[in-house]
Design a protein around this ligand. Structure first.
Ligand code: ATP
Length: 346
């Protein structure tokens, strides 16, 4: 997808939106941006680039001073704000859990407002806590202060998902969690997103988070200027301009390695077993205990680590069934990286 290409059908459309605050601050000059159904789109940019302002336009916590935001084609300005917000999951950095309500009661907030009966609410709360890997019996009756920061964040996500919202707005949702907990929360959230297919617009200032989570990444600069909109591998391999390049920083290749999976085409395929060098991969896999191997589907960074420890400069590649399908050499890895750069593979 190129920088200007947008999905044909938008669930959320920013249609020429602008926001100038009362003191004259132009948070967003003029922006067009489409978010496709089921997409996880990350908005990333330095502090003050208008990310939160844009996000809050969707649930009308901010009313744009120009342009419109369309949700499934309907102008949100014409919708009842309370109804609009009930249909949108909203997760913010400090979660905003109610301190005097238990975890289960927090998750049940919106179902309660919607008048769901007790049984349906209880079942949904249990389902959601399980989804975010909390134990309903253990964590449900606790109060927010009896949880870790990461667990509180999970409750925030569960609460936002309670009524099957079509859209989730997330503003630095993992910002308050320590770096290690943050990576695992990100991975879990990506899993949850893949499972549920909710359309998500997520604000972050962390480029790693943006490329790890996003199907596409929108890079913004001051004044809500859209510098590039692209899938992560394209963004990392072909930054549109010096701003994006600077924002991504030095670790581009490393990030690209972490995003790209090893495929059959990267592998030197072995011929039938027993015939000279062709038997090499099988021998290597079977005959050299502890020799590094990789699997199709592993990231290029794991392949890189395996190659780095391989004594003879090549590693055996296995398929899902555990059979050796060939070897990976440094040339193969280089070709894989070039493939990623060329196609924006993800
Ligand atoms: N209520 C307000 N009144 C005046 N200016 C505001 C208001 N809210 C935000 N701004 C300004 O608008 C600009 C964009 O703010 P916004 O919070 O959208 O940026 P951001 O990219 O989310 O930043 P951060 O990453 O620091 O949260 C900033 O210059 C900010 O100071």
């Amino acid at each position: 997808m190129t920088q200007t290409e947008t999905p044909s059908e938008a669930l959320i459309r920013f249609d020429g939106v602008g926001m100038t605050y009362a003191d004259g601050t132009v948070a967003v000059g003029h922006l067009d941006l489409d978010v496709a159904p089921h997409e996880l789109l990350t908005l990333v940019g330095p502090s003050g680039s208008g990310k939160s302002t844009l996000l809050r336009m969707v649930n009308r916590l901010v009313e744009p001073t120009s342009g419109r935001v369309l949700l499934e084609g309907e102008d949100v300005a014409r919708m009842d704000a309370a109804r609009l917000r009930r249909g949108i999951g909203y997760v913010i950095q400090d979660v905003g859990l109610f301190p005097h309500r238990t975890v289960a009661q927090n998750v049940a907030t919106v179902p309660g407002l919607l008048g769901w009966d007790r049984r349906r609410t209880r079942e949904r709360v249990e389902e959601l806590l399980t989804l975010v890997r909390l134990d309903p019996a253990v964590h449900g009756p606790r109060y927010p202060q009896e949880l870790s920061g990461g667990q509180r964040q999970r409750v925030g996500v569960a609460r936002a998902l309670a009524t099957h919202p079509k859209v989730m707005l997330m503003d630095e949702p993992f910002g308050a969690v320590d770096p290690e907990g943050r990576r695992s929360l990100q991975a879990e959230f990506r899993r949850i997103h893949d499972e549920l297919g909710t359309t998500v617009l997520l604000v972050t200032h962390d480029i790693d988070e943006a490329v790890m989570l996003g199907d596409r990444v929108a890079v913004l600069s001051q004044g809500g200027r859209l510098e590039q909109l692209a899938p992560p591998a394209v963004l990392l391999s072909r930054p549109a301009n010096a701003f994006v390049e600077g924002f991504i920083g030095d670790a581009r290749a490393v990030k690209l390695l972490a995003l790209t999976e090893l495929v059959r085409a990267d592998v030197e395929v072995s011929s039938p077993a027993g015939a000279g060098p062709a038997a090499e991969p099988a021998r290597r896999a079977a005959g050299t205990p502890g020799a590094p191997t990789v699997r199709l589907g592993d990231t290029l960074s794991s392949a890189f680590s395996a190659l780095a420890t391989a004594e003879d400069g090549a590693v055996t590649v296995m398929d899902d069934g555990g059979s050796a399908v060939g070897t990976l050499t440094p040339d193969g890895l280089h070709a894989a990286l070039r493939r990623a750069v060329g196609t924006g593979a993800r």
